[in-house]
Design a protein around this ligand. Structure first.
Ligand code: FAD
Length: 364
């Protein structure tokens, strides 16, 4: 959007067949996120679409409340459905060409351009290529290093899917733990007839094939009470399924020649709770640097110099999966004790990285 406004010809290649409409709530927190959204002219529209954070209610096998966490624990200053942010960005980038249902298959750099091969379209040359294609980035694999060298599996799988709201759930997220597993339910953001189910579980295997997902959930959650059997039974009928490993991305350098990485492709960390804000701040800085100088190498270097330390502050530390689904009975008891009291909650919130200081956005 910012590059298009500055006169760049921008082409977005998206593997999904159309603009993605599903997904969970995302949130923005702190001055860096809000300043960038304001400078992009998005803040009023985003505020108008904000859903507000939700209380997280941890319950036992019978549904009895163990403790609750305030909305700021999962949400931030501004929370809204992911699809509504995509819609807004899409609508504001009016001169951007969107190509849906395709993917890059090869990248060949020459001195003056990058020749890009597509799965379903003829080759084409571009001045620059930005890989903003997520944690399992194809651009990163083609131009930087294989996935095994960049993505570290953190020992958990995470899943989300939609199902009928059989519980008349309203504004809260209900969560239930057994050692090494978390199951969650909340009402869908804009449709009270639907609900969102979540599963987070320790798993020694980093890869669960698409056909094995339901079986794996049934194995891991076998014998659990609360609403878990109903949630799992709905999985095969879900229309919007997310299932992936909890992982962290580390790439030694975010650019090579005319190709750069952005967002989760460069520095993703599942469940950090700040990935969207970080990606938006990084995109803003990258666009700003590219519009300041015709020297892309200088712009890429400045972008990385500004964003890398910020990313390290928000994405580092232990994985939130260990807090959300502690493996082992003792660890779970300890976690419940910590989150069950005010001081422990405040410390956990601070350690969550949402309050990490932002980059210097007025840097010249
Ligand atoms: C379960 C879960 C909960 C989360 N909750 C939060 C939260 O509460 N708050 C928050 O801020 N962040 C949250 N995040 C993190 C957040 O989703 C990411 O950090 C953020 O979306 C990063 O944006 P991105 O554009 O880099 O990557 P993505 O959002 O992954 O977007 C990548 C895009 O590239 C497309 N793509 C992928 N491969 C290809 C290809 N080969 N060719 C073309 N296109 C391709 C994808 O379809 C997608 O549209 C959560 C993540 C997960 C998994």
């Amino acid at each position: 959007m910012l590059l298009a406004r500055a006169g760049f010809d921008v082409t977005v290649v998206e593997i999904a067949p159309a603009r993605r409409t599903g997904g969970y709530a995302i949130d923005f927190s702190g001055p860096a996120h809000l300043t960038v959204l304001d400078r992009m002219g998005l803040l009023p529209d985003l505020r108008a679409r904000a859903t507000g954070g939700r209380t997280s209610r941890f319950v036992d096998e019978t549904g009895r409340t163990l403790f609750t966490l305030p909305p700021e624990f999962t949400g931030g200053d501004l929370e809204l459905p992911r699809a509504e942010l995509s819609e807004l960005l899409h609508d504001r980038g009016s001169t951007v060409e969107y190509r849906y249902g395709d993917t890059i298959t090869a990248l060949h750099q020459t001195a003056g351009s990058v020749r890009v091969s597509f799965r379903d379209a003829p080759d084409q040359s571009f001045d620059l290529v930005i890989g903003a294609d997520g944690m399992h980035s194809v651009v990163r694999g083609l131009a930087f290093a294989p996935e095994e060298e960049c993505v570290t599996y953190l020992g958990y799988q995470v899943a989300g899917w939609d199902l009928p709201n059989a519980w008349d759930l309203k504004g809260e997220i209900h969560l239930h733990n057994r050692p090494g597993t978390l199951a969650g339910l909340s009402a869908a953001a804009r449709n009270p007839a639907r609900a969102d189910a979540y599963a987070l579980f320790a798993d020694p295997s980093p890869h669960v094939g698409r056909a094995d997902r339901h079986r794996r959930l049934e194995q891991v959650y076998a014998g659990q009470g609360w609403e878990v059997p109903t949630m799992l039974a709905a999985f095969p009928e879900a229309t919007d399924v997310y299932f992936d490993q909890v992982a962290r991305v580390a790439v030694p350098t975010w650019s090579t020649g005319r190709i750069a990485l952005l967002g989760d492709a460069a520095c993703g960390a599942t469940l950090s709770g700040t990935g969207t804000g970080l990606a938006v701040v990084a995109a803003y800085v990258l666009a700003r640097e590219l519009t300041r100088t015709p020297d892309h190498a200088q712009a890429f270097a400045r972008y990385e110099q500004i964003i890398r330390p910020y990313a390290a502050r928000t994405q580092g530390g232990s994985s939130p999966a260990e807090l959300l689904a502690p493996a082992g009975r003792l660890r779970l008891r300890l976690r419940d004790l910590i989150l069950g009291n005010r001081v422990g909650r405040a410390l956990a919130l601070r350690a969550g990285g949402k309050a990490a200081p932002g980059p210097d956005l007025d840097d010249q």
